[in-house]
Design a protein around this ligand. Structure first.
Ligand code: UDP
Length: 236
């Protein structure tokens, strides 16, 4: 049985590329969808926000001859591509999925409206939010912070490639310490690289707990949902 009734899971684009340097790794995508499906079957309502970094990331592109706003628009389209793929994989494994976009894309998917998304969620669908907030200069982490509150989720789960928040990058610094619990203020003050500052500030303003865990192993999301496995919790 899941401890939570309704949560939002943020999946970075990078998580979907698995061992590949970019793009989508089909068996990794399927494994992550199976994990989410498992949580849904155990009674948890799940919203997803998906990133696009496995295809295109707008941040920093302003200096490469691409105007920053254009780069961000391309980044948002990348997140819609991932969202559409996830939607089909869920359908394929027997879970109803509804894809919403923060960008108006008639003929491709529905534009996000809270009421429609809630209705689908209450009908047992996984609702997938692509297109970020539909505005440049934002990230899908900020989208996750906003949508989790809008959708009245109990927590925001951030699936990454590391099993929590560390004092410094554990891949570089062998003395890095993993935190079990930390505050929003600590993340902002120490500039811990877990989510951008806008996302953390928004979660703090709305008292939305953030659970940071690794999406690298099978069933890690369903395990952390039950309070097991390894994770860091960010709260007040
Ligand atoms: N993006 C944006 N507005 C949003 C969300 C995303 O402009 O509300 C763009 C931005 O360029 C970003 C890219 O989409 O770099 C992909 O999103 P993100 O970097 O958050 O993906 P992730 O790192 O989670 O894969």
């Amino acid at each position: 049985m899941a401890v939570y009734k309704r949560v939002l899971l943020k999946i970075s684009g990078e998580a979907l590329s698995g061992p590949l340097p970019f793009g989508l790794h089909p068996s990794t995508v399927r494994r992550i969808c199976e994990d989410v499906a498992h949580a849904v079957r155990s009674g948890c309502q799940v919203c997803l926000v998906v990133g696009g970094g496995n295809i295109f990331r707008g941040v920093g592109r302003g200096s490469e001859g691409i105007e920053r706003t254009t780069a961000d628009q391309v980044g948002m389209l990348a997140t819609v591509m991932n969202a559409l793929v996830l939607g089909d994989v869920f359908t394929n494994i027997g879970i109803y999925a509804s894809v919403f976009s923060g960008v108006f894309m008639p003929g491709v998917c529905e534009v996000f409206t809270r009421k429609r998304a809630l209705r689908h969620l209450e009908d047992g669908a996984v609702v997938i939010f692509g297109g970020g907030l539909g505005s440049p200069f934002f990230t899908t982490d900020t989208t996750a912070a906003l949508r989790s509150s809008e959708m009245a989720c109990e927590a925001l789960f951030k699936g990454t490639r590391v099993d929590g928040v560390y004092s410094s990058d554990p891949a570089i610094d062998k003395t890095a310490v993993r935190y079990d619990h930390l505050t929003y203020d600590q993340v902002l003050r120490d500039d811990l690289q877990v989510m951008d500052g806008t996302a953390i500030s928004m979660a703090r303003a709305n008292k939305m707990p953030i659970i940071v865990f690794s999406l690298e192993s099978p069933d890690s999301f369903s395990l952390v949902l039950k309070g097991g496995g390894c994770f860091s919790k960010i709260a007040s």
